[in-house]
Design a protein around this ligand. Sequence first.
Ligand code: ADP
Ligand code: F6P
Length: 323
Amino acid sequence: MAKEIKTIGVLTSGGDAPGMNAAIRAVVRTAIARGLKVKGIKKGYQGLLNEEIIDMEAKDVSDIIQRGGTILGTARCLEFKEAEGQKKGAEICRKHGIDGIVVIGGDGSYRGAQALSRLGINTIGLPGTIDLDIACTEYTIGFDTAVNTAMQAIDKVKDTSSSHERCSIIEVMGRNAGWIALNVAIASGAIACITPEMPYDMNAIAEKIKKAHEAQKEHFIVVVAEGVNNSEGITKGIQELTGIETRLTVLGHVQRGGMPTLRDRVAASQMGYRAVELIDSGATNRVVGMKDNKIIDVDIQEALAMKKPFDTELYRVCNEITF
Ligand code: ADP
Ligand code: F6P
């Protein structure tokens, strides 16, 4: 028989992402509407081990849907990777009467959730990361805001790039994945996009830029994913091979902040709602995701074993429509 759930906890873990607050709000409000009690766990698994646990009422999540960051705070916690830390975490949950936890974060955070589930605390994961690098879902909370922020920043760089007829190399985030780079490159009309998933040829990129220059193009934007780990080398190489003055802009953490877009607020609300439905029905060790624009849920073990194939079709579009 499924365990009866009376009190749930909610925490955010790993890197923050715009829309995490909208997810927290959906979890708190859905739980309260179903007669469950909610406890907010501050600063991820670290806050759980430090017993930074607060009661949450409906009003505690008022006016946060539009705010970036996470009102609960987030952290990376090495102690929770160890069996001892996980055991301590489960004991603290029991001490505070927490029957289940909604964990908003990425793959690393799901491993922690899986450990808690094995120790008898029901857990549900929600995909919160700007990187879009979680295999079991087509969407992750924060991605849309991050790519829009990056796109708007590149539009600005493009103005000065055009005035000076320079080449601009823009490094975007994404950890080991090129999803942000690919989408932002298309949306910015970049002449090239370099991601860790695809091989790249500096000579071919330089030739493309030189040809465009001869055809009177004024700006040359090359988007590089941070995971390529060679933005400075690429900047130097492009300048040497083209003879065009080249500058590097590293967008950095600006991509992680700011007001979440409509898409992130809606996805976070849908996913938060489903997480509570699942936990209230006694489900555990599952992660919520999106497939064909519908909310789905997947076993955490299966989710962690999945591989996300890169979108080579979109990559082709990116490379073939700008010259
Ligand atoms: P993300 O959740 O965004 O992938 P991390 O990989 O940094 O971010 O993981 C966030 C936190 O999840 C870690 O700081 C740690 O507390 C917990 N975690 C990560 N890996 C494990 C693991 N193998 N077992 C238990 N907990 C883990
Ligand atoms: O996972 C989100 C992310 O912003 C990645 O894109 C980036 O590689 C990493 O986190 C940066 O982490 P930190 O905030 O610890 O510098």
